[in-house]
Design a protein around this ligand. Structure first.
Ligand code: PEP
Ligand code: MG
Length: 596
């Protein structure tokens, strides 16, 4: 969290739906989290009261579903329709009645019964079903509201909702036009709220660590109401934005519009420099349902599928079958002509998975993370490798797999041994699987930079994770906002490491990609291509800009830029130099690529 002198509070999260908005904050508190007051006459029959309220909840949900259907939002309507059925479910009502008989208040009983049912659902080995857990909790909260006669506190003006999570039934109740952005502390890009935001065309940022705490702090310090600014392209939330933030956002919106218009004609073309040297532009995705958007952005494939999102927000690891479906979906979207690089789950660091029972660590980023987990629980990655291979066979594609956090030869050996074991077990079971998995590694730990020449002989491609490489080179926790001065991957120290990795890869004739955030920054991308990187993989929303900048830059300009970057003394100098080359490249592309 960064608070500046004008008391804006900036928080980073995951971009979940594009666009920018500034509007008053609407704090939505999940009713399940509220204390529940007395909700019935002590003499009343609990079953009757619960059944009546359940029926009323079902009626409300049906009305909302119908409203959504009429608005053409069939997917959400279906969710609410399913919730209407849950509201009158006798097992749920029965469980709540038992709790009332054990002494609980009606409202608290239905909320607790729904929570228990949600727990069971969340433990099921199916990511889609697991997502329904939140829907059951929401039904419990709605019935509790009806029992206590309270109403949902809806916004009266167009607002940005700030919440831990946002159930679809709540968004459906907000009158049209009153919801202009979504900021969530929880959630993931697959959460309903994110899908809904994309459907409504409003920006959303999810997974914003510390959001609710910061909001409470703002409310306590400055009182309500106050505004929130949201940048769904970058994944940024600003509480109480000052004039400077508003101007910055307005400028970003205008610039993005201009860029989008001028870069659109290039979208169907593969990435290349002005002199025609190809630079493959691929997309980073976190969930299967991002694949369509990535393909539509002109991605030549997926350079990084961050699979750990499939393992998060659950009570047990997804089954092999569920994973096969997830990978197959992405493989099928991209087909056999466009490669998809699946990264083995990068668990640990700031991505904790409760069901793995990993012990608390003093320094999680330096702990049992990613490939290191395979020494403790090899079956986790073994299952994943089997699922990738099976999905490849079903989709008729050649899967590419990469291991994160490789630090030593032994790590590579472990990865390749797991691959062999996965393939051998599938063959022994006569399960259809890909004949071969193309295996690469992420270079993001400094030791791997110094070992890169040897490691390049053991694998088929490198992908540089500039986010972690920067964190580990500077020994600066990437999540600590007090250390942002150490987080610029354009620092010459990082560039020199990249130059060494590229030389090592090319000495063994293997390709080298960059999939860290730097690849999606047009100026950064130019430096990377200047350093000899073959491929860039970035968020789908960045690809237009990167493609356009590349189209206006020549190889000799990029070589020169890389030379000056490597010789510079600090990141600010490289940023300035790269910014100048980028501006020139964009201007040139605008002339040469102008329609007509
Ligand atoms: C990186 O470290 O640059 C990277 C792409 O991986 P992640 O951000 O998922 O750690
Ligand atoms: Mg990384």
């Amino acid at each position: 969290m960064v608070s500046d002198a004008r008391q804006s509070t900036r928080l980073a999260g995951l971009p979940a739906a594009p666009g920018v908005a500034v509007a008053p904050a609407w704090r939505y508190v999940d009713d399940a989290a509220r204390p529940h007051g007395p909700s019935m006459e002590p003499s009343g029959d609990p079953r009757t009261a619960l059944e009546e309220s359940g029926r009323e909840a079902a009626r409300q949900l049906d009305v909302l579903a119908e409203r959504l259907r009429e608005a053409g939002r069939a997917d959400e309507a279906e969710i609410l329709g399913a919730q209407a059925l849950m509201a009158t479910d006798q097992t749920l009502i029965g469980a709540a009645v038992d709790r009332v008989r054990a002494g609980q208040d009606l409202g608290a009983a239905i909320v607790a019964a729904a929570a228990a049912s949600a727990e069971t659902i969340a433990a099921v080995d199916d990511p889609l079903l697991a997502a329904r857990a939140a829907d059951v909790r929401d039904v419990g909260a709605r019935i509790a509201r009806i029992l206590s006669g309270s109403e949902l506190d809806l916004p009266s003006v167009p607002s940005i909702v700030v919440a831990s999570d946002l159930p679809p039934s709540v968004t459906a109740e907000v009158p049209k036009g009153r919801l202009v952005g979504i900021a969530l502390e929880g959630g993931s890009p697959t959460a309903h709220a994110a899908i809904l935001a994309r459907g409504l065309g409003i920006p959303a940022v999810v997974g914003v660590a510390g959001l609710i705490g910061a909001l409470e702090h703002e409310l306590a310090a400055g009182g309500a109401p106050f505004e929130v600014a949201l940048d769904g392209d970058r994944g940024e939330v600003v509480l109480r934005p000052g004039a400077d933030v508003r101007v910055e956002l307005a400028t970003r919106v205008a610039a993005a519009l201009i860029r989008r218009n001028r870069a659109a004609p290039l979208r169907g073309r593969p990435g290349a420099t002005a002199d025609g040297e190809p630079v493959a532009l691929l997309a980073n995705i976190g969930t299967p349902d991002e694949a369509d958007r990535a393909l539509a952005s002109g991605a030549e494939g997926v350079g990084l599928f961050r699979t750990e999102f499939l393992f998060m927000g659950r009570h047990a690891a997804p089954s092999e079958e569920a994973q096969v479906e997830a990978y197959r979906t992405v493989f099928e979207v991209f087909g056999s002509e466009r490669r998809v690089v699946v990264r083995l789950a990068d668990i640990g660091g700031d991505k904790a998975i409760p069901y793995l029972d990993l012990p608390a660590e003093a320094n999680p980023f330096l702990g049992v993370r990613a490939i290191r987990i395979a020494r403790r629980s090899p079956e986790l990655l073994l299952t994943q490798l089997r699922a990738i291979s099976r999905a490849g066979a079903l989709a008729g594609v050649q899967p590419h797999v990469m291991a994160p956090m490789i630090a030593t030869h032994e790590d590579v050996a472990l990865f390749l041994a797991l691959r062999d074991e996965a393939q051998a077990s599938l063959a022994a079971e006569s399960l259809p699987h890909a004949p071969r998995l193309v295996c690469g590694i992420m270079i993001e730990v400094p030791s791997a930079v110094f070992l890169a020449r040897e490691l390049a002989r053991e694998v088929e491609f490198f992908s540089i994770g500039t986010n972690d490489l920067t964190q580990y080179l500077f020994a600066a926790d990437r999540t600590n906002p007090e250390l942002t001065r150490y987080h610029d991957a354009l620092h010459p120290a990082v560039l020199r490491a990249i130059a060494e990795i590229v030389a090592a890869a090319h000495a063994s004739a293997i390709p080298v990609a960059v999939c860290g955030e730097l690849a999606g920054d047009p100026a950064g991308a130019l430096v990377l291509v200047g350093l000899g990187v073959d491929e860039l993989s970035a968020d789908a929303g960045s690809l237009d800009d990167v493609r356009f900048a590349l189209a206006g830059a020549t190889r000799s300009e990029l070589d020169e830029l890389a030379r000056s970057g490597l010789a510079a003394g600090d990141a600010a100098t490289v940023r300035r130099l790269a910014g100048e080359v980028c501006e020139r490249a964009l201007a040139r592309a605008a002339v040469t690529e102008a329609p007509g």
